[in-house]
Design a protein around this ligand. Sequence first.
Ligand code: PGA
Length: 262
Amino acid sequence: MPEQARRRAVVGNWKMYKTHAEAESYFADLLPRVKDTSVEVDLAVPFTLIQMAAQLTSGTKIRIGAQNMNDASEGAFTGEIAARMLVEAGAKFVILGHSERRRLFGETDALVNRKLKQALQNSLEPILCVGETLAERQDGKTHEVLERQIKEGLAGIPPEQLDKLYIAYEPVWAIGAGKTAAPQIAEEAHTFIRQSLTTLTEPQMASRTILLYGGSVHPRNSGALLEQPNVDGLLVGGASLSPELFGQIVNAFHTSPLGKDT
Ligand code: PGA
């Protein structure tokens, strides 16, 4: 399949920010900024905002998703949330295995794999996050870490479901650090990820998986990142909290010299 057939997406991750009132004024500001875009615009909001955000954005280009979920379909798991509850609230996708979940909440590759299967069973599109720490990069272990996170994260997933999947390469040293990976570093990691995927499925299928880059994405670096052939989109944390900055990043697709929105 030719490269331009892959979907292009900008995904915002609000993390633990925004109340109802703040979300309402955010969408009022963002919607006119992105109304003419031809790329997919996704926002992963806190659980309490999913339903209202889905209603406020219904009929627009914006899709709403979640930042986490439990790996069971239901049960006595106090404080947890199931995939089908997210779907009912209006979520279309879910971020899984974010490095903050792995580091602060002890999520393992095996748990992320179970969550991924649960998401797919419920028709929620998973965004699998992978990425190395600074120490792992300095020790020359970047490829080893990425390969393990991908192989274990995707173990047992039928190849035909891989086109429902996004993989976000988020070097841990770049997240929230104001330090973005140089475009060539992002491209090198994305190329490696795509190669690793070909060992799990046919090359044609691997060429359809959407690869996002995340880690201190900002309007000042988004254009250069999007010029890389294997960077299909961006996962944006801090800058997605501002409708102005997020709108500029979405519109960077259209100003990128390679015209990747075509
Ligand atoms: P950041 O976060 O853009 O603030 O670095 C990215 C992420 O954690 O997904």
